[in-house]
Ligand binder design. Sequence first.
Ligand code: PEP
Ligand code: MN
Length: 360
Amino acid sequence: MKNNKKLRTWLDDFNLSHPLVIAGPCSAETEKQVLTIAHELKDTDVSIFRAGIWKPRTRPGMFEGVGAIGLKWLKKVKEETGLMTTTEVANANHVKLAIENDVDVLWIGARSTVSPFIVQEIADALEGTDKIVLLKNPVNPDLSLWYGGIERLYSSNIKKLGVIHRGFSSYSKSKYRNNPEWQIPIELQNKFPDLPLICDPSHICGRRDLIHDVSQKALDLNFDGLMIESHIDPDNAWSDAAQQITPKKLIQLMKELKIRKLSVNQEDYIKNLEKLRTKIDSADNDILDILGKRMKISDDIGKLKKKENVAILQSKRWNEILGKMILEGKERGLSEEFVLKIFKAIHQESINHQEKIIKD
Ligand code: PEP
Ligand code: MN
C-alpha cells in the first residue's frame, strides 16, 4: 500500500506514508498467542496491535476474554515489538485498568455505542486523559446514535478521537455479517471531515474471503485506516474464527491494496469538485425553470384547444418534434435513447396538464 492523502489531527503524529493499519487477534487468548502474532506484525505497515481482553459476546457461555491479565501481555507486546496497543473498553473500570497499564489507544465497541449510559460512563472516565479513543458505529444503522457518542466524547474533552466503521446488523441475511451501508460512514465523514475514519472489514465481512474487497472499497472511499483481525491459527481462534487472517495473509493484503486516490493535492481536488458541483446545481435549476416555462406554454395550448374543441394528442406534430430533438440532441452529445426518454416524459406531463385543463 502507499498513501497520497492528507493526514489530519492525531494521525499526523504517526507520520505514515500509507493508511493507518491496526491489526491483531479478535481476542487475546494466551501470552504466547499474543506475542507470536505481534512479532509477525512488527516491521510491517501495522502501527497498532489490537487484542480484545474483555469480549462483549452476544450470548453467554462463550469465551468472554481473558480479562485484566491480558493487559500485561499487551505491555509485553509494546516492549518487545515497539508496536502501539489497543483494546476494547466497555466501562469505567476497563478505562482505569487500561490507562494504568499503558494501553495506547482505547476503542469503544459497537454494543457499547448503542448505549448512551455506557458511552457517558466511558467519556467521564476518560476526561482529562489524552488517550486516542476510537468509537465504533452502533450495531444498528442509527447515525444519530453514532453522532451522540462522538458528541459525548468531545464534551469530555477527548481531543484524539477517531471512528471505526464495522457495519450494521440486520434481521435479513446477506453475504456480510454486518452490512456495510457505506452511505452512513460517508455521511458521518461529511459532518465530521476532520475525524479519522477507520474501516473494520473483519466485522463487516464475518468471513475472510471478502476482506480484500471491503478493504479496497474503504480505501477508495477515502477512509484513513483499516482495523483487521489477524490470528496465527485463525480456524482455531477462540472468537471470530471465520473472519481472521494469518499475519502472512495480512502482509500480502497490505501489498495488494491500492490507493486509487488523487495523487494531486487533495484540497485542490475538493475545491474543483465544489466549483463543478455548484455549476451542476445551477444547471439543474435552469432545467427546472425551462421545464416550468415549457409547461406554461403547453397549458396555453391546452386552453386554446379547449376553446376550439381540438383533440389533445397531435401525433404527427409530436413525431416531428421527436425527430428534430434526436438530431439536435446528437449535436450536443446526447444519445437518442436519452433524448427519447426525456421528451416522452415531458410529453406525457404536457398531456396530463392539457387533459386537466380540458376537463375543468
Ligand atoms: C471486536 O473488535 O472484536 C469487536 C467485538 O467488535 P464490534 O464491537 O465491532 O463487534
Ligand atoms: Mn472480533
